[in-house]
Design a protein around this ligand. Structure first.
Ligand code: GLU
Length: 374
């Protein structure tokens, strides 16, 4: 079992099911699959584990109900299909979990509910209260109002954000394939399943061979993004086949199914997780090598003297990304100044801030408490 020891001890987990598992194009929800999933989750609950379910399938269910032959292209049509499908899907879940004496609660979120700090905390309180009541929260993106600008976009990333929200110890993505493979198993007979991923290196990124197929929105690439979000926050993740009978119970008993993504040892605090992953950065600060070293190796704050370039327009208090001159993003943080102020004080000594701006500002561009090294 080794690396997976943490899995058997998980007390709170998020399980995500993909559309392809629980609904079929033209037919809608698959009652047998949903019943099997409910039995599997009810088993975990008997073990006193808390579970939140993230379920896709609203749009494909709505398509079936409305007799739409292909996934709608226009946004209003997709939203209409989701409105019809979401309630049908919940009807199935409600019935399936009732047989196990479990109540379900529907939680529909958009990207905005996660990037706005007060809405984020509200969503968190609601989810935690549902768990306290012994209810199974069933989460989906609020597709009927979400347009691209405010969307998370796929339920793999949404599930990782939900795992952050509720401080889960484990995220399980159930899908059509039984894990990450060294090559596309449908085409390459030598393809092997990767048992454990210790870090998401470039070699691992190269294993993303698939294009989202059929009714699925994401593919392996959104699953790796989810693994990154989860892992950086100390949350283990597993990709496993939802077609494997009793898969959840077996995983939690320590069986080596699927691909296990080992989390980072140093767990990010909840607020830092939000800075790192919940909010799209509004700009980018380029810093010199000395500043990068001070931030990444010495846990220092970012001072104006290390700031080389300011890109984008943002206000004080917004999230920006940090990159070294000529390099990629290495950190994110909440900035103390708006973009135009930073352009005025970049490169100057802290003592000179007042002279440049005409008023006394704080010494740090980003305080270390508001900075997350990625
Ligand atoms: N929210 C979408 C739906 O319920 C699915 C998104 C996804 O599968 O990633 O249809």
């Amino acid at each position: 079992m080794g690396a997976r020891r943490g899995v058997t001890r998980a007390r709170r987990l998020v399980v995500k099911v993909g559309s392809g598992l629980i609904a079929a194009p033209g037919q809608g929800p698959d009652a047998r699959r949903i019943a099997a999933l409910a039995a599997d989750i009810a088993g975990l609950r008997k073990d006193r584990r808390e579970v939140a379910l993230v379920s896709s399938g609203a749009i494909v269910t709505g398509m079936a109900r409305l007799g739409l032959p292909a996934r709608p292209r226009s946004i209003p049509e997709k939203q209409a299909a989701a409105a019809v499908g979401q309630s049908a899907l919940m009807w199935h879940y409600e019935h399936a979990f009732k047989r196990h004496g479990l109540h379900v609660g529907q939680v529909l979120l958009t990207g905005q509910d996660i990037s706005d700090r007060s809405r984020y905390l509200n969503a968190r309180n609601t989810l935690l209260t549902l768990l306290d009541f012994g209810v199974l929260p069933i989460v989906n993106e609020n597709d009927t109002v979400a347009v691209d600008e405010i969307k998370v976009g796929d339920n793999d990333n949404l599930a990782a954000l939900v795992a952050h929200l509720i401080d889960a110890d484990l995220l399980v993505l159930l899908t059509d394939v039984d894990g990450l493979y060294t090559a596309d198993p449908r085409r390459d007979p030598t393809a092997r399943r990767v048992e454990t991923v210790e870090a998401i290196t470039e070699d691992i990124q190269r294993l993303v061979y698939d294009e989202p197929a059929g009714v699925s929105v994401g593919g392996m690439s959104t699953k790796l993004q989810a693994a990154q979000k989860a892992g950086a926050s100390g949350i283990a993740m597993i990709i496993a086949s939802g077609r494997e009978p009793g898969v959840l119970g077996r995983l939690l008993a320590g069986e080596g199914l699927g691909t296990y993504f080992q989390p980072r040892g140093d767990r990010l605090a909840a607020r830092k997780r939000w800075i790192a992953f919940a909010v799209p950065p509004q700009g980018c600060l380029t810093v010199d090598a000395g500043a990068k070293k001070a931030l990444t190796e010495k846990g220092k704050s970012l001072l104006p003297s290390g700031l080389v370039e300011v890109r984008g327009e943002f206000q004080a208090g917004e999230v920006v990304s940090l990159a070294e001159v000529g390099g990629g993003e290495f950190a994110r943080g909440l900035v103390n100044y708006e973009a135009s102020e930073l352009r005025t004080i970049r490169g100057v000594k802290t003592a000179e801030i007042e002279k440049r701006l005409g008023y006394k500002g704080v010494g740090e561009v980003i305080h270390r408490d508001n900075l997350v090294v990625l």
